[in-house]
Design a protein around this ligand. Structure first.
Ligand code: TRP
Length: 330
């Protein structure tokens, strides 16, 4: 089986956009690939300096992915920080990474451009973690012989950089030491609209959290922005974000029934009630499992430690292979 690997940066609360855009497709992939998924906690440290927030965010991701159905027997699921080989490989990769390559990385470039635009010192607020971010990410990937790396479009450049760095090492030592990874972006994944109609995103503050209480979930759904069409007026389902979200949760029959009600004229309030019903139906078991994990941090920790153990068995071999090739190991 081919190997698929991906990392999740723990920087906030999971929402239904993450669920349909990342979590569900990743779980689906476990059927056809040998999968390695991890929480990129040291990547998060670059931007999160509040220990309590970081800790909570790591738990949220771990509990969230497991509650959504990730099977730790099938997937190697671990925290990046529990695999110290990552950081040794990072050091090795640094010696093969041109600084110019890092200059072109988009996250760094965006920060730089912003400083220049604001007439600030070009390096203001930029730490080395941000600058070398793609090297750490390359280590995450190359350590585990990943064939494919499922990521969002914004991360493909980083995966290409990992492939470049691996190529440089293989070329230098005239040996296939590292597998060349490929990014895979799923274009078919639905864009989930947020409360205000724009793409659901933490940065827009328009999200529906995956694990909000039933009461909060209802409140949020009632806040979805609608137009001013009257109750009796026929409505177009395909231009309604209520309906777009509905499609993600409802059966085909439910969808055609709601379509017909839209066309016949139904109030937005009623449409939201129906949306809440199907969303809550799907999320209730997830929420219950999530709350169980949150109440039992030891169980969560045991699962992640088990994953780290399996991960390290693979990772240490990669590092040894490279040490030997480089001449570090006598
Ligand atoms: N940079 C990724 C993101 O922000 C997270 C990540 C870290 C990652 N290491 C990785 C993704 C390795 C894939 C493979 O989303």
């Amino acid at each position: 089986m081919k190997i698929a690997l991906t990392g999740v940066k723990p920087t906030g609360i999971l929402h239904i956009g993450n669920y349909f855009g990342a979590i569900k497709p990743a779980i689906e992939l476990t059927k056809d690939y040998d999968t390695r998924y991890f929480i990129a906690d040291y990547h998060a440290l670059n931007i999160m300096k509040d220990p309590q927030a970081l800790r909570e965010s790591i738990r949220e991701i771990a509990a969230g992915w497991l509650a959504a159905g990730l099977d730790p027997e099938k997937v190697i699921f671990y925290r990046q920080s529990s695999v110290p080989e990552t950081f040794e490989l990072t050091t090795i990769l640094m010696a093969f990474t041109p600084k110019g390559l890092m200059n072109r990385a988009h996250a760094y470039k965006a920060a730089l451009d912003k400083n220049i635009e604001k007439n600030e010192d070009a390096d203001a607020g930029i730490n080395m973690g941000l600058f070398t971010y793609p090297v750490l990410m390359a280590a995450d990937i190359l350590l585990f012989d990943a064939d494919v790396v499922p990521v969002g479009r914004d991360q493909t450049q980083h995966v290409e950089m990992a492939a470049d760095i691996a190529g440089a090492i293989n070329y230098t030592y005239k040996k296939e030491l590292l597998k060349i990874p490929q990014a895979s972006v799923q274009d078919s994944v639905a864009v989930v609209p947020g409360l205000d109609g724009r793409k659901m995103s933490k940065s827009y503050g328009n999200t529906i959290p995956l694990f909000s209480s039933e009461k909060d979930l209802r409140k949020l759904i009632m806040r979805i922005v609608t137009n001013s069409q009257g109750v009796e007026e026929p409505k177009d389902p395909d231009s309604s974000q209520i309906f777009m979200i509905y499609k993600l949760f409802a059966t085909a029959e439910e969808q055609s029934a709601l379509r017909a009600r839209y066309r016949g004229g139904m109030g937005w309030g009623e449409a939201k009630e129906e949306l809440f019903r199907v969303v809550n139906r799907e999320l209730t078991p997830l929420r219950n499992r999530f709350n169980e994990f949150v109440a039992d941090p030891k169980k969560l920790d045991d699962i992640l430690s088990g994953g780290a153990q399996k991960a390290r068995a693979i990772a240490s071999k990669t590092v040894m292979r490279l040490r030997a090739a480089c001449g570090i190991q006598l």
